[in-house]
Write a protein that binds this ligand. Structure first.
Ligand code: SF4
Length: 346
């Protein structure tokens, strides 16, 4: 079986091409074609001899994604792409034009096995993990898409379908590849990983010594509510998740963001806000409030604006750093918790 070259580090490319007779210095040229110029065929690599391109095509392949559908929000700031992988599975990737640049939300799994109540990504469970190369292909696709406007991806949020820390090896490889100078050359600070709170994964991530931003889905002020919303809380209770977040902040010096989806009548009361404030007080952290996005199958409602504002004010009065997430792409179901593999029914 041919090996996918997209997703290889430079030393891996070198190790792959030497046995088929290409010189060592060719590895950097190949990496640049793959990651900086978005080549999807070896035949595009015109600074390699024709014979060398043929040898590469004989032994390797470049897995890339194919766009099946695209939707643009009315304000044109958000675009959602339905992408097909080589095995015909589909994933969604979202481009958000932020004031600070182009931000892309990538998927890391086909579907998700975590079962969060408010999320559409898990409606059909977990199908499979994406490889580092496949996750990177999402970014390379968007870079190609932006090429005509002479723009590229500036920041990455690992927040699409899937739990990234449940696909640890591939996701870490993807992040490191994005950082390499022969690849996207992105600063770690421009990358945010969002987890539902897999505590061993967070602890492992700290050991990687990569100063990426960490976002943890909390969504509740106590275990009782959290377990109702997020089955993972029965394995990793909230205290452990908060302790891991605190540890991450202290070890990396990076502010952790606790995501809190506000759902009418479930976690939006004054008592809930006060309890949340007590739990996160003293941490190098901020709370991001996300009024729940409609997922019709789950029948969850968004609180009234006054309730959202009140919740925010209570946290502020307790000196918690808090923001309310600006809505992007709700009209095309590209907002948080709305991504799914759309070719499936339901
Ligand atoms: S919120 Fe994240 S972890 Fe939870 S089901 Fe959705 S994709 Fe999975």
């Amino acid at each position: 079986m041919k090996k996918d070259m997209c997703g290889m580090f430079l030393p891996e490319i070198t190790a792959a091409i030497l046995p088929v007779g290409l010189e060592k210095y060719r590895a950097r040229q190949i990496a640049e074609w793959l990651y900086q110029r978005g080549a999807s065929e070896f035949s595009e690599m015109t600074n390699l001899a024709k014979k060398q391109r043929e040898i590469l095509a004989e032994h390797f392949l470049i897995n890339s994604v194919r766009v099946l559908d695209r939707q643009h929000s009315q304000d044109t700031k958000t675009s959602k792409f339905l992408l097909e992988l080589e095995d015909k599975h589909t994933i969604e990737t979202v481009l958000m034009r932020q004031p600070y640049g182009n931000s892309v939300c990538v998927s890391t799994q086909v579907g998700c096995g975590m079962g969060c109540l408010f999320c559409a990504s898990n409606l059909h469970g977990l199908m499979r993990n994406l490889t580092a190369g496949e996750i990177l292909s999402e970014i390379l696709f968007i870079n190609n898409y932006l090429k005509n406007q002479e723009e590229k991806v500036n920041t990455i949020v690992i927040m699409g379908s899937g739990e990234p820390l449940a696909n640890y090896e591939h996701v870490i490889k993807f992040i490191k590849l994005c950082h390499e100078e022969y690849s996207l050359n992105l600063s770690y600070r421009n990358i945010t990983l969002s987890t539902c709170g897999l505590v061993p994964g967070i602890e492992r991530l700290i050991q990687e010594k990569m100063p990426i931003n960490l976002s943890i889905s909390l969504h509740a002020p106590n275990n009782e509510i959290r377990s109702r919303l997020m089955p993972v809380n029965r394995t990793f209770a909230m205290e452990k998740v908060l302790a891991a977040g605190d540890y991450y902040g202290r070890e990396t010096g990076r502010r952790v963001t606790y995501e809190y989806t506000l759902i009418k009548g479930i976690n939006d009361s004054r008592e809930n806000a006060l309890e949340l404030a007590r739990k996160v007080a003293g941490q190098l952290a901020s709370v991001n409030l996300i009024p729940v996005n409609p997922v019709p199958e789950r029948g969850l409602m968004r609180p009234d604006l006054a309730v959202i504002n009140n919740f925010e004010q209570i946290l502020k009065s307790k000196h918690i750093n808090v923001t309310v997430r600006r809505e992007m792409g709700t009209d095309i179901q590209a907002a948080c918790g709305q991504l799914r593999n759309k070719n499936l029914p339901g």
